[in-house]
Design a protein around this ligand. Sequence first.
Ligand code: UGA
Ligand code: MN
Length: 333
Amino acid sequence: MRHSLNRVCLWLCAFVLWSMMGHALNESLHICSESHEDRRLYIGDKPRSAYAQLPVIYFVTPTYPRREQIPELTRLAYTLLHVPRLHWLVANDREGCDTFLDAQINGFGIPYTHMASPMPSEFRKAKPAPRGVANRRAALQWLHQHNLTNGVLYFGDDDNTYDLRLFSEIRHTQRVSMFPVGLIAEYAISGPVVREGKVVAFLDSWVAGRRWPVDMAGFAVSLSYMAQYPNVNMPYKPGYEEDLFLRSIGLHIDQIEPRGNNCTEILVWHTQTKNKKSAVVRLENRYMDERSNLGALFRLLEQMGVARASESEGLVATISKNGKSKSHAYFLS
Ligand code: UGA
Ligand code: MN
């Protein structure tokens, strides 16, 4: 009797612990393509070989299909092209692989893994929805599956702005490094308060009981440190992702390594891009051929999710010359 009670208690405790930690990492994760080869000829002004000994930065970018996706990822890629020893984990919030995106990412020559990791449908309707969580969880799962215990993890959203000095600052993170993020909420800044080289508190306008009131872009974690915490997690809890993730790796305030000249510099900005619905432009199908550039142009825009041409919907395309618009037939037939 006593024995079975103990067992019940054990199961109960395990269950309570499990619910506290959130679900174990078990995301829908589909690898679209990846490359571990660095095909960039030069990084900065040095040949690739000059960097061979640096710890790898695993830069995790959640992204999702929308009109701004390709421009955001293009801008980000042109930043990352300058960064040596970096593996870019691009986790796309959709079912199945986007072959257009695949080709784009591959073309940059940066070592990468492109995966499809959709937000579970039950969260999609939630307001606010847990943005970028399924993708980051999938990336955590990928890191776990590859047994990576060397290098540094950084969560870099697709719409932020990164100073190249950020990468040298986080590269040698021992456990967890932290630094200010510009353009966060009401204060337009979020980050640690540092005294005598130690993090003693946090400045952030939204505390809400968070032990770690920091932005996702405001910290980096060493993989050797993270490997000691098998229950590493990021729950589907909007607003609390950073806090609960950092709690799941048993962080203590005195372990935090302040970066960016003791948190006096801003090396990352929480820029946000205005979102708009993808455009529909009214243009006759018969002109979407090789007589002009428009067919190819709109086919490309459609693959990018930016705009599409339609015969029956959308604003009629105005095509003009010398300040005067004419019928489509005038220029295109
Ligand atoms: C802020 C924080 O900076 C994010 O780190 C945090 O994930 C987010 O709030 C949140 O908790 O909701 P914010 O600029 O408000 O970020 O959010 P977004 O930039 O719209 O989304 C964060 C990331 O998730 C982006 O990389 C975005 O591409 C991705 N995302 C967004 C998805 O993968 N799916 C979505 O449906 C929306
Ligand atoms: Mn953002």
